[in-house]
Design a protein around this ligand. Structure first.
Ligand SMILES: NC(=O)c1ccc[n+]([C@@H]2O[C@H](COP(=O)([O-])OP(=O)(O)OC[C@H]3O[C@@H](n4cnc5c(N)ncnc54)[C@H](OP(=O)(O)O)[C@@H]3O)[C@@H](O)[C@H]2O)c1
Length: 277
């Protein structure tokens, strides 16, 4: 129950109506009898600054940001942790004595999801579609683990910026997302990570590529979870697994204790009425 002294967390993004994060956090807080609540707010790019100031004024106990704010929020914060600074993308903000601190749990959340399916992302050939906040976090982490990463994006310059920032030992290349580049990229990839809001099957049909071209790709990982994904590829990683992992890491930052991953995961499974693995 929300009371006078309930601690408040929030999510800022646009759109947010589809987000499952409020389900994960509020159910977990209730199950642990924590006097905390997690509220989603639809915040446009133009209103982000005011929303961040509101979080300060109202004393929120930390918040998440999602599309399209993961890079834009950086200049509004007081400090960044090392990973968020290197990546240039934030999804978790903590309220500290020295102000608002930005973190990024997407990269580690994605790696934990891959490992939970038995895929060790090391020395693999990985094709990343998209070059937004989530792609930035993933490429940074994957290149640190010696993977060969190829980034394809609609806006070439953003793909180049991410490739330039990846300082790990893994080789990183980039290109424009076209029919030709996607067809070639798919052929070589052990793992296809789609970090755009569009499902891979939809992107492929928009580019007039038959969906069966992806059938020999080892693994396919669509990050977007707002549309039911048609399973394509031989093995599919669920974005929901990553969602829970990155949420458990945010919990850890806010409450300064290990996130209750199993409880958070079962909260979402119960809400959806089925497991995704
Ligand atoms: N499962 C999880 O835990 C998890 C975690 C993080 C994010 N996500 C999901 O991942 C997706 C991306 O998030 P983000 O924060 O990285 O978003 P973002 O910063 O807004 O970046 C979106 C990227 O997708 C590209 N894109 C958008 N619409 C496209 C289209 N119609 N065709 C081709 N490319 C398109 C954009 O290309 P341009 O650069 O050309 O604009 C950009 O590179 C979202 O659906 C988000 O919900 C899921």
């Amino acid at each position: 129950m929300i009371k006078g002294d309930t601690r408040v967390h929030s999510l800022y993004g646009s759109p947010v109506a589809h987000s499952l994060s409020p389900v994960i956090f509020n159910t977990t807080f209730q199950k642990l009898s924590l006097n905390r609540a997690y509220l989603p707010f639809e915040v446009s790019r133009d209103n982000l600054k005011q929303a961040v100031e509101a979080a300060r004024t109202l004393g929120f106990d930390g918040f998440n940001v999602t599309m399209p704010h993961k890079t834009g929020i950086i200049e509004m914060l007081d400090r960044l942790d090392k990973t968020a600074e290197k990546i240039g993308s934030v999804n978790t903000v903590a309220t500290t004595k020295s102000g608002l601190a930005g973190y990024n749990t997407d990269g580690e959340g994605a790696i934990r999801a891959l490992r939970s399916y038995g895929l060790e992302p090391n020395n693999k050939r990985i094709l990343v579609l998209g070059a937004g906040g989530a792609a930035q976090a993933l490429v940074h982490r994957l290149s640190a683990d010696n993977n060969t990463v190829s980034i394809l994006n609609r806006t070439l310059d953003k793909a180049r910026q991410i490739a330039d920032k990846a300082t790990g030992p893994g080789k990183t290349s980039y290109g424009e997302l076209t029919k030709n580049s996607l067809e070639i990229g798919i052929e070589d990839a052990d793992l296809l990570v789609n970090a755009t809001p569009i499902q891979t099957s939809t992107l492929m049909s928009q580019l007039r590529i038959p969906v069966n071209r992806v059938k020999d790709t080892g693994w396919v990982f669509d990050l977007a979870y707002d549309m039911p994904a048609e399973p394509i590829g031989r093995r599919t990683i669920s974005p929901l697994e990553m969602l829970v992992h990155q949420a458990a890491l945010s919990y850890e930052i806010w409450l300064n204790e290990t996130g209750p991953f199993a409880l958070m995961r079962s909260s979402l499974v119960d809400y959806l009425g089925k497991d995704w693995k």
